[in-house]
Design a protein around this ligand. Structure first.
Ligand SMILES: *Cc1c(COP(=O)(O)O)cnc(C)c1O
Length: 389
């Protein structure tokens, strides 16, 4: 008999959301009154800078901002994004046709495949990866082809390993550097190889640049759009979330190839009605206001990174300090799987980490720690690890 509650094939095909399970275990531990150190979520613990909040207050009082926002974003915001790309990467973008504001970049990343995939089309997805690359592909009826990210290849996909049959059929490819969860970075040569691959195989490139401003020791990540020919084949997603501690605000954008932007805009015009105008205006304040907050943020995470890496070294875990992102990707120092190891750390040390397998099968054997707690808590976490291991 037909069951009205049978979810769609697409929903059934979505990978289980492991993070919900971790969240449940964490909440249970907290409810028991245990002192949990949460290194699990990639969400900044510092507040949004004051001048951005102030702008929201002001803009929220304006009745003109209470109505439906234009679904292609306010022209002033698109202009501010264009100016920022020019200043930061020396990339010129046409605010009218090459920039599309998003309600956080995640929705754009997940909606994009709806614009280009037909049933059964392949999208090339790194593994491990940020989950919406797979989720968006599956919800659009496409099939993710997993490109393994391995330590021996510096967590870059090995393009030569993609079978010819898949290459010819792959409609799109996701890349993400600085990378979540591995914290790997990519140099320009890698992006050049991606452009050649894409031209040869007619594959759309989707570059996720969420962490470009979170980098250390003077390292400055590049944009895919700096590469010659990139705009003929791809788009880049960016976001205010990590740069300005604005994860809850939901402001991001897509930029690059105008045809790709217009197709995504068409999908979105059928789904949402834009970002709250007051939030868009506050977003401009973020991009155009004082930028020392970004420097302060990097200094803060860099100090935490050093505290954690030094601490882990003292207990025999030798981990290379990440050049960017607020993640430390750690090879599990014993023979157990990542879910069991994460469960052990929660049970015995009251530390929450993310098991690597939650980002894909190639994440097995690793855990991810986020630098989203103060130095003293990271120190405390190391002491606890020392005690139990
Ligand atoms: C945090 C993050 C984003 C940003 O998501 P928003 O929806 O803009 O908050 C995008 N990509 C990756 C890989 C991330 O980790």
């Amino acid at each position: 008999m037909r069951n009205m509650f049978t979810v769609s094939k697409k929903l059934q095909d979505l990978p289980p959301y492991l993070f919900l399970e971790i969240d449940k275990a964490k909440r249970k531990a907290r409810a028991e009154g245990r002192d949990i150190i949460d290194l699990g979520v990639g969400d900044p613990d510092s507040p949004t800078p004051e001048h951005i909040i102030e702008k929201l207050y002001q803009a929220a009082r304006e009745p003109a901002n209470h109505r439906y926002a234009l679904d292609q974003g306010m022209p002033v915001l698109r202009k501010a994004i264009s100016d920022w790309y020019q200043r930061r990467f020396n990339v010129r973008l046409d605010p009218e046709t090459e920039i599309l504001p998003l309600i956080g970049s995640k929705e754009g990343i997940a909606h994009f495949p709806l614009a280009f995939l037909n049933e059964g089309d392949y999208s090339l997805v790194p593994d491990p990866c940020y989950p919406p690359y797979k989720g968006g592909t599956i919800l659009a009826g496409g099939k993710p082809y997993l490109m393994s990210l391995k330590a021996e290849n510096a967590f870059l996909p090995d393009l030569k390993k993609i079978p010819l049959g898949i290459r010819r059929k792959a409609k799109m490819m996701y890349i993400n550097y600085p990378n979540n969860p591995t914290s790997a970075v990519a140099e320009k040569k890698f992006y050049e190889d991606i452009v050649s691959f894409s031209v040869k195989n007619k594959t759309i490139v989707i570059s996720d640049l969420a962490y470009s401003e979170m980098a250390y020791d003077g390292y400055r990540p590049s944009s895919f759009l700096e590469i010659e020919g990139s705009r003929e084949v791809g788009i880049e997603f960016h976001s205010l979330s990590k740069t300005y501690n604005m994860t809850g605000w939901r402001v991001g954008w897509a930029c690059g190839n105008a045809k790709l932007i217009q197709a995504l805009a068409k999908v979105k015009s059928n789904i949402d009605s834009g970002i709250f105008s007051a939030v868009q205006l506050a977003g401009i304040a973020a991009l155009e206001g004082p930028q020392h907050y970004v420097v302060d943020m990097c200094n803060l995470y860099q100090q935490r990174r050093d505290t954690l890496i030094t601490g882990l070294k003292s207990i025999g875990w030798d981990i290379k300090p990440p050049k960017a992102t607020f993640y430390v990707w750690i090879k599990i120092p014993r023979k157990t799987d990542s879910i069991k190891f994460a469960a052990l750390l929660l049970e015995k040390a009251n530390i929450v980490v993310t098991p690597g397998v939650g980002f894909g099968k190639n994440g097995e054997g690793y855990i991810r720690m986020a630098l989203t707690v103060p130095k003293e808590r990271l120190q405390e976490a190391v002491w606890r690890l020392k005690k139990i291991l």
